[in-house]
Design a protein around this ligand. Sequence first.
Ligand code: A2P
Length: 260
Amino acid sequence: MSNAPTEETVIDVEHYTDRLFSFNISRPKSFRFRSGEFIMIGLPALPDQKRPIMRAYSVASPSWDESLEFFSIKVPDGPLTSRLQKIKKGDTVLLGRKPVGTLVLDALLPGKRLYMFSTGTGIAPFASLIRDPETYERYDQVILTHTCRQKAELSYGLRLVESLKDDPLVGEMIGDKLLHLTSLTREDYPLKGRITTLIESGDLFTNAGVPPLNPEEDRVMICGSKDMIDDTAKLVEGFGLKEGSNSQPAEFVVEKSFVG
Ligand code: A2P
């Protein structure tokens, strides 16, 4: 079988700010993935390019969906996103064949609460996981945090979580199990500050109405920029949680949100 990417069709594009947009593409019947995994995405090579530029993107749609959804940053001179941000319905997007990743339920030991810490487009893998019934079968409580610079950048997540109330598959399962905590760092907002600051000050736990992180009950997934991941992982380790992987599940997992 060829390893070359498949050519998929853009179904829908939505722009949130001058920095963020999401898009949906067709999904090959044979394309299987676990919620939270990422895949290579690209655009056909330009005449002066030897090969297409491909970047890793977390799949934001649930694994049962007919299309594949992605949430992307727009980098004005980014090799891929400078072109990708201009895609329109009907255009072709290249899709890799092998989804992989560590932000999966199988890389964590059973627990009581599942935290998903995200910044910016780092919410993408969690957009998939919070639509997966298994997430709610495995945990009593799911706490999704999303921190951005400005309010408009929270829209994608706010709208998604709101839509889950009427979701035929997970709507009833969720009940009050899912807590979505949003914070901003560069505009006024009820909850202000980086996720790292909110963990350190304890404001996160006060707001969520839960005890501080502990390795007996809590499991954590982290997705954002490299610095955010490194800083947040360090704090989480400070509470005694150990990093897990597909082959050795433990108490927390991290993944970069890939941009460029
Ligand atoms: P800040 O505004 O203080 O830089 P970006 O869009 O640059 O990826 O940032 C998304 C969010 O992540 C912003 O709110 C930003 O806060 C925050 N952030 C950036 N670096 C870190 C870090 N090292 N640890 C925690 N949060 C971070």
